[in-house]
Design a protein around this ligand. Structure first.
Ligand code: UGA
Length: 433
């Protein structure tokens, strides 16, 4: 099978490689010439487990081919997966410019019977708009939202828990079934529906998950005021099958390129449809508040500005993505208060440094390649991301680098018992101090 993937960002690159991994000939297109030149050489600016190995092996087997323009792929395939970005615009709407311009370019190609599969996250109703606009062209459209997570993108993509196919075309349904057959063990995990429901399913999944996190963060505040422990509350509710064990971790809240963006564009969609989406608004507000509250806790505790070490800058472990990472807001608050910040992240030092390179106090940020070195002569440690190597850190070694260590743990990675035994002052979220 030959197919074209348009957009070599996170979703596009991982999807392309998973398609080539099962033996399809994949033509991956991106307008960023520099990115394409690098990908041809096997170089990616994204850190994702397994990515480098899979990229190299598929380049060697000549299953994946990179192009900087769509025209060059015209002779190879009429099946297009669109994975371009839909960032928030200044009105907090999903900006569909890249999706619309990609479809326009596809429409101008000469190959007949095109099938355009929209994987980018778009508001419900978008596919219908496209269908009407191109009704005189030989193009069919399918909504096929993506549910892979950064940090585990390849295993999610190779073993999806469900594939959503939104279309009313029988032939498109059949083609997508063939495409996804190698990925599903049970054909029932392919779910068929109308396009608008498929588009909405994507928002509903992300907002449902984000709301679980915000609710846990709300409970954590009451824990801190009453002596309850959010870990026990989590265990207590996770065993209720109607609630389930996932996405119940209180902490610094959600970040990344998806949850924050999708919630805001969904709230805006509500406004446009004259619906006030109160729960979604509260989820977003609770998330912002959680980070501010944590930053205030650090600043109030430390009192006079001094040096603070920060572990973890990416929005979650196993990625170098710092988009909407809680660490950014924490660093901003610390810089506002004239703190110096030592930063260590296993993958995201470069990316967090880019975020602040134009900041007037950039010189107050110091980057380290070793988590313990970052602690040298620094009394305060702030943890923003739950990388495994932080949870398994050697507490004695940490103490040797920094006497009178105080830890502000925004991800609850340490056990209260262990820290008490080591006599380290420890402030976590929703747990007894
Ligand atoms: C999310 C969804 O989980 C994917 O299904 C979806 O495909 C993707 O967005 C997308 O729309 O493209 P992702 O943003 O990669 O994936 O990361 P998640 O693992 O969902 O984590 C999101 C945020 O929630 C992270 O900042 C994480 O730290 C936070 N989180 C997660 C918590 O604070 N508590 C939890 O219990 C779980």
């Amino acid at each position: 099978m030959n197919l074209t993937v348009v957009g070599a960002g996170y979703i596009g690159l991982v999807t392309s490689l998973c398609f080539s991994e099962v033996g399809y000939n994949v033509f991956c297109v991106d307008v960023d010439q520099n990115k394409i030149q690098n990908l041809k050489k096997g170089i990616s600016n994204i850190y994702e487990p397994q990515l480098e190995r899979i990229l190299h092996s598929n380049i060697s087997s000549q299953k994946i081919h990179f192009f900087d323009n769509l025209k060059a792929t015209e002779a190879h395939s009429s099946l297009y997966f669109i994975t371009v970005g839909t960032p928030l615009n200044s009105n907090n709407e999903a900006d569909l410019t890249q999706v619309f311009s990609t479809v326009e370019q596809i429409a101008l190609l000469n190959n007949p019977k095109k099938l355009v599969v929209i994987k980018s996250t778009v508001p419900p109703g978008t596919l219908q708009l496209l269908k009407e606009k191109y009704k005189n062209k030989d193009i069919e459209f399918v909504s096929n939202p993506e549910f892979i997570r950064e940090g585990s993108a390849f295993s999610d993509c190779m073993n999806p828990d469900r594939i959503i196919i939104g279309t009313d075309s029988k032939s498109a349904t059949q083609t997508l079934f063939e495409v996804y057959k190698p990925f599903v063990k049970n054909p029932k995990s392919i779910i068929y529906m109308d396009p608008a429901s498929a588009e909405l399913t994507k928002y509903a999944a992300n907002i449902m998950l984000a709301s679980k996190i915000s609710l846990m963060n709300e409970f954590s505040r009451i824990c801190e005021k009453t002596g309850a422990n959010i870990d026990s509350v989590e265990i207590g509710i996770a065993s209720d099958q109607r609630i389930g064990p996932h996405f119940l971790k209180a902490g610094l809240g959600y970040g990344g390129s998806c949850f924050p963006k999708d919630i805001h564009s969904f709230i805006t969609l509500g406004k446009q449809l004259n619906e006030d989406l109160l729960v979604s608004k509260a989820v977003a507000q609770t998330n912002d508040f959680q980070i501010e509250r944590f930053a205030k806790k650090i600043i109030d505790h430390v009192q006079k500005p001094q040096k603070v070490t920060l572990w973890g800058a990416s929005f979650k472990p196993e990625t170098n993505d710092t988009r909407e990472a809680p660490a950014i807001k924490i660093i901003q608050k610390l810089l506002e208060q004239k703190f110096e910040v030592n930063i260590y992240d296993p993958a995201a030092n470069q990316s967090i440094s880019h975020c602040f390179e134009k900041h007037p106090q950039f010189k107050s940020l110091h980057f380290f390649n070793d988590q313990y070195e970052a602690l040298t002569n620094c009394q305060y440690l702030v943890i923003c991301t739950e990388w495994k190597q932080f949870a398994s850190a050697d507490l004695e070694k940490m103490k040797s680098k920094s006497s009178q260590l105080h830890i502000f743990d925004g991800r609850n990675i340490f056990s209260l018992e262990d820290l008490k035994k080591k006599n380290i002052s420890y402030y976590s979220i929703g747990r007894p101090q």
